[in-house]
Design a protein around this ligand. Structure first.
Ligand SMILES: *[C@@H]1O[C@H](CO)[C@@H](O)[C@H](O)[C@H]1NC(C)=O
Ligand SMILES: *[C@@H]1O[C@H](CO)[C@@H](O)[C@H](O)[C@H]1NC(C)=O
Ligand SMILES: *[C@@H]1O[C@H](CO)[C@@H](O)[C@H](O)[C@H]1NC(C)=O
Ligand SMILES: *[C@@H]1O[C@H](CO)[C@@H](O)[C@H](O)[C@H]1NC(C)=O
Ligand SMILES: *[C@@H]1O[C@H](CO)[C@@H](O)[C@H](O)[C@H]1NC(C)=O
Length: 500
């Protein structure tokens, strides 16, 4: 009896001896940043509190670490070039574009980059909203840095807002699978005569006579593609609508040749959805980014039933959708050409990227009290931690990002406009707020000066995301946010999929 309890004590002491150093290591990061602050906080570490202190301590150092990481990047020269931050992403419909937008949202949001933001509706820049100043917000810096919202590609209207030296890129998808996805997502069967059929049955019927149905699909709504079935990707990349009739069934027509030539010259990269990870590695190299920057969770991806389309109907589709097939063939070829030129370490980097992606997915799907996962330094990334903050910004929905970015922009413009008297101008910045230990939605943070689009913030962002945001903006101190964040956190971050 007594002996067993001695063993138990011994075991407990051993456990504490093993676990405590690990906890400290995680709590204050690798020794390279801030052994000193670690030592002062160490004095407060009581056994029972270790878990509670862990995350705040970690969180406190997060902002600082971000800066230090960048400094170390420069010293160690991972990329040997300056990371690019001026970006024009031409977002096409039903191609995985929202997942790419998530990457850009996170990248720019955390760096306080100015996005070219549609004001009232996330699709307002589509198709030609860039020409209408009422539809977007003015920049928060000397110019806009990132365009990522749907807009039909028109280089001249884009470089009125963004640097002419921005990196231009887009993403496309195999045309038949694009059609399946379009049918399924927009439920095009509704617009056909046979309401009873499934989307894939309707699509087969459509392919038997595309001209008969297509006119019924296309409407002039900014929340819908300019064309559902007839060269939708090419049209969004600026192929002239009035030239379509010259192209049917002739992939080698002059129109198509000129178009491909023009966008090959204009675009620095055309990603291919079927080779998403390969495309992202190319993007990372093109942008001189760290591998951290291209990590993602698949977003807005919907399941649809798989059908085999008879070859005769595939041929009809190729005649109907000629420009998109030519577009896809061309850029699938150039993608693989680029990969070939990247040399042997491309494959290695790709495998490493997939490994890290797996770690991220596993970690961010686990409950909050998991210790952060360390990703070791590699030729393509600095050492970094996958922690709750990382997961939060990986998962925040595109609607939440769009809302927070607009809110940030509106606050900036109000605070710099002397004619406007807003709650902001009565306060000295940065303004801190006292929060109770258990933060509630009703505790006043969903009101000015913390937000201006408060209703939308509540609609699109979880409380956890919003508290992370007001910390990010400097409205609450790290010690306040951290203890409260513990209460609020639940699972890491928000919901990776948007509401249906
Ligand atoms: C790092 O890259 C910069 C910019 O390309 C270069 O000037 C510098 O010499 C490099 N430093 C090292 C240590 O390689
Ligand atoms: C774009 O790059 C060119 C060449 O490096 C430079 O001369 C020009 O000033 C740059 N334009 C902008 C807007 O930065
Ligand atoms: C769809 O079915 C085909 C053949 O039946 C198969 O080769 C393909 O992998 C399937 N695609 C998906 C996305 O399940
Ligand atoms: C894209 O190109 C690769 C390499 O040439 C080829 O193997 C593949 O079949 C193409 N993909 C599609 C979906 O056509
Ligand atoms: C973001 O950038 C704007 C404009 O440069 C600046 O006024 C603001 O203080 C920055 N915000 C943060 C949180 O760094």
């Amino acid at each position: 009896m007594r002996r067993r309890s001695t063993f138990r004590w011994l075991g407990l002491i051993l456990l504490v001896m093993c676990v405590l150093p690990t906890v400290m290591f995680y709590a204050w990061g690798p020794p390279i940043n801030g052994g000193a602050t670690g030592a002062t906080q160490l004095g407060f570490l009581q056994a029972g509190e270790s878990a509670a202190l862990l995350r705040p301590g970690h969180f406190n150092s997060w902002k600082k670490r971000e800066g230090e990481l960048r400094l170390r990047d420069a010293k160690l020269n991972i990329t040997n070039c300056e990371p690019k931050t001026d970006i024009a992403f031409i977002k096409t419909h039903k191609t995985g574009g929202t997942t790419v937008m998530q990457i850009l949202h996170r990248f720019g949001y955390l760096r306080n980059t100015s996005f070219l933001l549609p004001h009232n509706d996330i699709n307002d820049l589509y198709p030609h909203g860039l020409l209408n100043p009422n539809l977007y917000l003015p920049p928060i810096q000397h110019g806009h840095g990132i365009l990522t919202y749907h807009a039909v590609y028109d280089r001249r209207s884009i470089i009125k807002h963004l640097s002419e030296n921005s990196t231009f890129f887009t993403i496309i998808r195999e045309p038949l699978s694009h059609l399946k996805s379009t049918f399924s997502y927009y439920r095009l069967s509704r617009l056909m005569e046979d309401y009873e059929s499934t989307e894939m049955e309707a699509m087969i019927k459509f392919l038997e006579d595309p001209g008969r149905y297509d006119t019924k699909f296309n409407t002039d709504s900014p929340s819908r593609p300019v064309s559902f079935t007839r060269n939708p990707m090419a049209l969004e990349l600026g192929f002239p609508v009035d030239k379509l009739q010259n192209t049917a069934g002739d992939p080698s027509s002059e129109e198509i040749k000129n178009f491909l030539q023009r966008i090959s010259r204009d675009l620095d990269l055309v990603m291919i959805m079927e080779y998403f990870e390969e495309s992202l590695v190319l993007l990372r190299r093109l942008m001189c980014w760290d591998l951290q920057d291209i990590l993602y969770l698949r977003y807005n991806s919907y399941e649809y039933s798989n059908v085999t389309v008879p070859p005769v109907l595939v041929d009809i589709h190729k005649r109907w959708d000629t420009v998109d097939y030519a577009l896809y063939d061309h850029f699938n070829r150039t993608l693989w050409g680029k990969i070939q030129k990247e040399g042997n370490d491309f494959r290695q980097e790709l495998n490493h990227f997939k490994d890290v992606e797996n770690k991220v997915r596993t970690h961010c799907a686990s409950p909050k009290d998991h210790l952060p996962t360390i990703v070791e330094r590699s030729p393509w990334n600095q050492q970094f931690l996958i922690d709750s903050t990382f997961c939060t910004w990986l998962k925040a929905s595109h609607m939440c990002y769009w809302t927070l970015l607009r809110d940030r922009s509106l606050k900036f413009h109000m605070s710099t406009d002397p004619r406007k008297t807003t709650p902001l101008s009565n306060r000295k910045q940065p303004f801190f707020v006292k929060l109770s230990r258990k933060l509630r939605v009703s505790s006043g943070i969903h009101s000015p000066p913390f937000c201006l689009l408060c209703g939308e913030v509540q609609k699109y962002c979880s409380d956890h995301e919003y508290v992370s945001h007001i910390y990010q903006e400097g409205h609450i101190s790290s010690s306040q946010s951290s203890s409260n964040r513990l209460e609020l956190q639940g699972w890491h971050g928000g919901d990776p999929l948007p509401p249906a």
